[in-house]
Ligand binder design. Structure first.
Ligand SMILES: [Zn+2]
Ligand SMILES: [Zn+2]
Length: 173
């Protein structure tokens, strides 16, 4: 876990550069494999009570193409520009407060900025949601599983509804 006590952030700024394994961050995304540790380069700036964090997060992953299931390499280079705000004190039971409009901000507690949540969240958002090896990937044959990018198979093509009309017409002759 990477956490920075706020008291240790100097008046100017605190540059940070470290790498962490996805497993250590409990970062698991289905179909995604991390090829290298996640490299974090951030500068923390204290403007009490807000701590701003800017920099980049880099790693590379492989994802599965949603059509042909081949593995594709996706380098991730995520720009970060966010803020940590002090967590709101817990409200008395029965009271409710609207979430603040700065919902994309992160929060710190006990004068300690925990960077893990930030790194985890930014990586999850950066991984493509429906990766495709290429825009015109032809996918797999639904009948035999042949990769149609590589070659055709002997399966009958699914009946084209337009031919059905013609067949009916010819039958009537
Ligand atoms: Zn594909
Ligand atoms: Zn086939």
């Amino acid at each position: 876990m990477t956490q920075i006590p706020i008291a240790e952030i100097p008046e100017e700024w605190l540059p940070l550069s470290y790498s962490e394994d996805a497993a250590e961050l409990e970062l698991a995304i289905s179909g995604v494999r991390f090829l290298q540790p996640i490299a974090v380069d951030l500068v923390l700036v204290k403007a009490a009570p807000v701590i701003s964090a800017t920099g980049r997060i880099k790693t590379s992953v492989t994802c599965e193409c949603v059509r042909c299931l081949s593995r594709l390499l996706v380098p991730l280079d995520v720009p970060v520009a966010t803020q940590f705000r002090p967590a709101l004190p817990p409200l008395p039971p029965g009271e409710y407060q609207m979430p603040s409009e700065a919902a994309e901000d992160y929060y710190y507690q006990d004068d300690m900025v925990v960077l893990d949540d930030l790194v985890r969240q930014e990586v999850i958002l950066a991984v493509p949601f429906r990766p495709q090896c290429r825009a015109d990937c032809r996918g797999l044959c639904p009948q035999c599983g042949q990769d149609l990018n590589v070659g055709t198979c002997a399966c009958a093509p699914p009946p084209d509804p337009r031919w059905a009309v013609l067949r009916e017409y010819l039958k009537g002759k």
